[in-house]
Design a protein around this ligand. Structure first.
Ligand SMILES: Nc1nc2c(ncn2[C@@H]2O[C@@H]3COP(=O)(O)O[C@H]4[C@@H](O)[C@H](n5cnc6c(=O)[nH]c(N)nc65)O[C@@H]4COP(=O)(O)O[C@H]3[C@H]2O)c(=O)[nH]1
Length: 794
């Protein structure tokens, strides 16, 4: 064993204490040359202080800390501490012992005191790095084998080459400068790549310092192989570049607090959102969201982040300039070495254009390019939904097939441009007549289809289709020329005429061919019975318009009597139609048609005018103080000119306004209470009387009732039918009490029996009308009855 490098004085002795080997530190301490050391025993050199002294066996001193005196070659006596340890741990094999001698009282050797004993060679060769000493000429004085390996050069060649040639040419000047720096400033460091003779390249962190060998100044140092670090750095740099150069926006947030704070965003983020990193660093990325938009998605993202999970979503965000963009977002958690999530990486993909493109494609796939109407694909989808909706909700829908009667002629004679313009204008007119929820489609050259939802009755469908037919049939003005095209329309109702797309389409198609065979420009329903009904309805509509101008309308007047005095105080004007073919028709058969078609407005005006004329005639006969009431429809009330026209009528006939009473049904008032209130206030100002008809059926609240400036309420006939029925008598009594508490007069209508009259009297109802007293009379009949002074029997 080579003990020389050890900094402490160490002997090896055999079991009898004979010295077998020693180190240089022993020679120095005791001063014996090697020749004199051999053959001596430990007892010759050390006088132990303890009693056993020389006689103690070496084994007895194992693990003892013994004190003694070292007798040196020059006679000096140095007090020492002696430690003995067996060289083998196997007790059976104990043959030799290490003896360590440390001078007592002397301090432990200083950090550098033992350096001279250090086996510098071994240390340098064992270093985990390259070692070098370079002189001022830039050549190596000393190096270890690690350097030889890195340079792929034999030992003898190394001092022959200037060290700068161990590097790439581009690095040489910097290397020389660093060595000079070390010479001048004492130390320097740098990173560079050593290039081996055969091309091997190794990255090193060189650290060097100035020293001298004797009087020769030099620089020594180490080079630590940093290849792995360089590779890791390179990988990181590549990734960093990738993030930087990514076309997708990347946003890194830190989640150590309650919020996610933005730590980094790449240039693509700035490009997409308009926000720079400086503007938004530290903010929560949610600032880009749009209030009330995609809230379900935001909730899902929030939940995923709370659970530190990955999440993907497409949502709308706002750019800095407020523009909305579609964000295909992916967020992933990033963990630290302990597995804790410290950050989130969000990749933002602006898919706005793709979305628009998708929509455009979808639109193209579902719409007719010429007119922008739905095409056959979309039509079938919508029709399917409409049939399902109608079946589920027990409503009626309609499918109308139509084609332009002389389109081929237009196309052939006026050219395709005119043909296209006609198609576009037709599409526009169809669109204008349909509601948002309906579908207008073009399925062939001049074939259009309408899907009409939620219709109340076949008559309503007929009105709508008729309106469409007339609208499409109006002349189209093109380049100063009028083009006219009639339309044949076939209508099928669903689910009545079929419960599937196929069946309903076939039914409508058949109806359209039927319409064409009947001489074009007309509309046919699929079912014959319906056709009849609808045509009667349309006929009625057409003849009603004529009837108003042709004096076919007449008014009947049903007297109203005061229940206390029994005297006639007024009458309700009820319209009838003296039809040239069907005879006298009651209002129930034509008022709904008049309402639907708007003819109720001229009809209502005629009724008011006629009632004023009757009042004028009664006045002329000296019958003053008599009130005639007329029924109003909401449509009339909504006419802007209504109040002015009414005032005009009163003036023309010299009728005092309180002689005219307007009856509006409670349900009509409740349809648009605010609008009705405003008009009624204006009417009240004019001085006419107002009453609420069919009271008790319209669910008005007391507060609403108070807001209408009315004089009378009329109890609906249905409550009087059987005043014996407890429920009805309670309601009738309640209405009378309610009317009186609001200081309104209460009128009962439809009074047919003596019992009803008695009941009304007992409960202080003010007036009544009904067959018990009189049905509606002609104007003359009424005048006679009033002048005869007929009263209600008590
Ligand atoms: N069962 C029974 N019925 C009786 C009795 N006394 C009168 N009637 C009927 O009850 C209806 C009362 O008119 P209404 O409730 O205003 O109901 C009216 C009113 O809402 C509407 N109407 C009538 N004329 C006009 C009008 O000029 N304009 C408007 N917009 N609607 C009108 O038509 C509805 C029906 O009128 P009419 O068929 O004339 O039917 C009248 C009248 O003939 C009776 O004792 N028993």
């Amino acid at each position: 064993m080579n003990l020389s490098p050890l900094p402490l004085a160490v002997f090896v002795v055999d079991a009898s204490g004979g010295i077998t080997s020693w180190n240089r530190a022993c020679e120095k301490l005791a001063g014996y040359p090697a020749a004199e050391m051999r053959g001596r025993t430990l007892g010759d050199l050390v006088e132990f202080d303890d009693k056993a002294g020389k006689n103690a066996s070496i084994q007895a001193r194992v693990d003892q800390d013994s004190a003694g005196t070292l007798v040196c070659a020059d006679g000096r006596r140095v007090p020492v501490r002696v430690t003995v340890a067996p060289q083998s741990l196997d007790i059976e094999q104990q043959g030799s012992f290490s003896v360590i001698i440390v001078p007592r009282g002397a301090t432990a050797p200083s950090r550098y005191a033992l350096i001279q004993d250090l086996p510098v060679n071994d240390v340098i060769e064992g270093l985990p790095c390259v070692f070098y000493v370079v002189d001022q000429s830039g050549r190596l004085l000393l190096w270890n084998h690690q350097l030889e390996e890195a340079l792929e050069m034999p030992s003898e060649d190394l001092p022959t080459v200037e060290v700068k040639y161990f590097f790439d040419e581009t690095n040489r000047a910097a290397i020389v400068q660093k060595i000079l720096d070390a010479f001048e400033q004492g130390a320097s460091w740098h990173e560079a790549e050593l290039v081996g003779r055969h091309g091997k390249r190794t990255s090193y962190l060189f650290q060097c310092a100035r020293t001298s060998v004797g009087s020769l100044p030099c620089v020594f140092g180490t080079g630590l192989d940093i290849t792995m670090r360089k590779e890791a750095e390179h990988v990181l740099k590549v990734r960093e570049r990738a993030i930087f150069a990514s076309v997708n926006a990347i946003c890194i947030t830190c989640c150590d607090g309650p919020d996610n704070r933005i730590e980094y965003v790449n240039p693509a983020f700035e490009r997409i959102t308009g926000y720079t990193l400086a503007e938004i660093k530290g903010r929560d990325p949610r600032f880009m969201r749009i209030e009330g938009c995609d809230s379900g998605e935001h909730k899902r993202i929030h939940e995923a982040l709370r659970k530190k999970q990955s999440v993907r979503s497409v949502l709308r965000n706002a750019r800095k300039d407020g523009e909305v963009f579609y964000n295909d977002l992916r967020i992933d958690p990033v963990m630290n070495a302990d597995g804790e999530v410290t950050h989130f990486v969000a990749v933002i993909n602006d898919v706005t254009e793709a979305r628009h493109y998708e929509r455009r494609l979808h639109h193209l796939a579902h719409h007719d390019p010429l007119t922008g109407l739905a095409n056959r694909t979309l039509l079938q989808e919508r029709l399917k939904q409409a049939i399902q909706h109608a079946t589920r909700n027990h409503t009626t829908g309609a499918l109308a097939f139509m084609d332009l009667d002389n389109f081929k002629h237009i196309n052939d004679n006026l050219g395709h441009d005119v043909g296209d313009a006609v198609l576009r204008e037709t599409a526009e007119r169809l669109r204008a007549n349909m509601r948002e929820e309906d579908t207008v489609a073009r399925v062939g050259g001049d074939e259009f289809v309408l899907v009409i939802c939620d219709q109340g009755s076949p008559e309503q469908v007929a009105d709508l289709v008729e309106r469409v037919r007339r609208s499409v049939g109006r002349p189209i003005l093109l380049d100063g020329k009028e083009v006219v095209s009639g339309t044949s329309i076939g209508v099928a109702l669903f689910p009545r005429d079929g419960g599937s797309v196929d069946k309903v389409m076939r039914a409508a198609d058949a109806a359209m061919y039927h319409a064409k065979s009947l001489g074009k420009n007309n509309c046919q329903f699929f079912s014959a019975e319906l056709n009849r009904l609808v045509h009667e309805h349309l006929l009625l509509e057409a003849s009603l318009g004529r009837a108003i101008g042709n004096s076919e309308m007449v008014l009947g007047y049903q007297p109203k009597v005061d229940l206390r005095s029994g005297k006639m105080v007024g009458a309700e004007a009820l319209v009838r139609w003296n039809h040239p073919e069907h005879g006298l028709m009651g209002p129930d058969s034509f008022i709904p048609v008049a309402e639907q078609t708007g003819l109720i407005v001229p009809l209502g005006e005629w009724v008011i005018d006629e009632a004023c004329r009757a009042l004028q005639a009664l006045h002329a006969q000296g019958i003053e103080d008599f009130v005639i009431s007329v029924n109003l429809s909401l449509r009339q009330l909504r006419q802007r000119q209504f109040v002015d026209r009414l005032a005009d009528s009163l003036r023309r006939h010299g009728v005092s306004p309180p002689c005219l009473e307007l009856e509006v049904t409670e349900s009509l008032l409740m349809e648009r209470p605010e609008e009705a209130k405003e008009v009624m206030a204006r009417l009240k100002k004019l001085g006419v009387r107002l009453s609420i008809d069919d009271f008790g059926t319209g669910y008005s609240s007391l507060s609403q009732l108070q807001a209408f400036p009315v004089d009378h309420i009329k109890i609906d006939r249905s409550f009087l039918c059987n005043v014996d029925s407890n429920g009805h008598s309670v309601i009738t009594r309640a209405i009378i009490a309610l009317g009186h508490s609001l200081k309104l007069k209460v009128i009962a209508e439809g009074v047919e029996t003596r019992e009803q009259v008695a009941f009304l009297r007992d409960h202080h109802c003010d007036q009544m009308q009904g067959y018990y007293f009189s049905p509606a009379l002609s104007q003359q009949g009424l005048a006679d009855m009033v002048s005869r002074g007929v009263t209600l029997h008590s």
